[in-house]
Design a protein around this ligand. Structure first.
Ligand SMILES: [Zn+2]
Length: 302
């Protein structure tokens, strides 16, 4: 795969070659993530993709070829860094005397297939320091924490509860325009949410958020403990709660959630379980600031 330094070069190629442009949409993603365009150089058909997101995205091409061969094996999966444009692969006819053609299905989703999860990382509880909430559905919960969501956590909390970043990272999706939800899968795509891409390439998802409650925009960097939004009950939800999971993508259509540990006010590291209430630890940053203040203030005079 040739990585081009400048997407403008590819757009120039597009204009010069008069290549076709396809809008590719990821699974359950109404927003356009990728521009795919092609151009012929001699008999070779070159495929390029432009990532329209600030997030890394992973894309998969499943290609049906008739009398053509590709420079790679299909299905072909690759990850593009935020806003990057790359050449993906080329196709060429096998026998020029005969008819040849191609068609493909493309799926694209936010996240890096190259992510190497730091499984020693301990997450903060995603709510205000000192506040406590009940885990209403934990790992492998039978209501909805199955398949790719098997390692998600739900905290029961009133609509409008402030939600805090459980780990630092880049905001790669922020949706808060929905006011619909209910206890049926038909509401799956109505959930407001925030996605934060972590330094190790994994992505944290905060789901079912309140309409108009998001405090962060795509492209913003957040620190652990930053206020990011308000909880709600949008999407596939049987009541007001916050859904949180950390995931890694496998390809353009599939992702897996990862088991993670949390620190609480009472425990530096533990796996949360359904039916238990957990109190958020004091804000680390506040502690650090106090330490610095005490260090610079010197000993107290009587
Ligand atoms: Zn959930």
């Amino acid at each position: 795969m040739i990585r081009l330094n400048n997407w403008r070069w590819c757009l120039l190629l597009l204009l010069l070659c008069g290549g076709s442009s396809h809008a590719a949409q990821g699974q359950n993603e109404p927003e356009k993530m990728l521009n795919v365009f092609t151009c012929y150089k001699g008999e070779q058909l070159h495929f390029y993709a432009q990532n329209l997101q600030v997030a890394a995205v992973t894309t998969t091409f499943d290609m049906q070829l008739t009398n053509m061969t590709g420079s790679t094996h299909f299905p072909f999966t690759t990850t593009l860094a935020g806003t990057q444009t790359v050449e993906l692969f080329t196709l060429a006819p096998l026998n020029h005397e005969l008819e040849y053609n191609y068609s493909y299905i493309n799926s694209t989703t936010i996240g890096s297939a190259d992510a190497v999860p730091d499984d020693t990382w301990v997450y903060a509880l995603p709510y205000a320091p000192g506040s406590s909430f009940l885990v209403s559905q934990g790992y492998h919960g039978t209501f909805s924490h199955t398949g790719p969501d098997e390692y998600a956590i739900d905290w029961k909390m009133p609509v409008g509860t402030p939600v805090y970043a459980a780990r630092e990272g880049l905001v790669v999706e922020s949706k808060d325009d929905s006011n619909r939800g209910g206890p049926w899968p038909i509401y799956q795509n109505c959930a407001n949410r925030i996605l934060i891409q972590h330094p190790d390439g994994t992505v944290g998802i905060y789901g079912h958020l309140k309409q108009g409650g998001n405090k962060v925009k795509v492209g913003e960097r957040v620190s652990t403990g930053d206020l990011i939004g308000l909880s709600g009950k949008t999407g596939y939800a049987n009541g007001p709660h916050l859904h949180f999971a950390v995931f890694k993508v496998r390809n353009g259509a599939e992702r897996v959630s990862l088991p993670v540990k949390f620190r609480t006010a009472d425990n530096p590291e533990l796996t949360l379980v359904s039916g238990q209430t957990y109190k958020a630890a004091p804000d680390d940053r506040q502690q650090r600031q106090n330490t610095v203040f005490l260090a610079t203030a010197g000993p107290m005079k009587p």
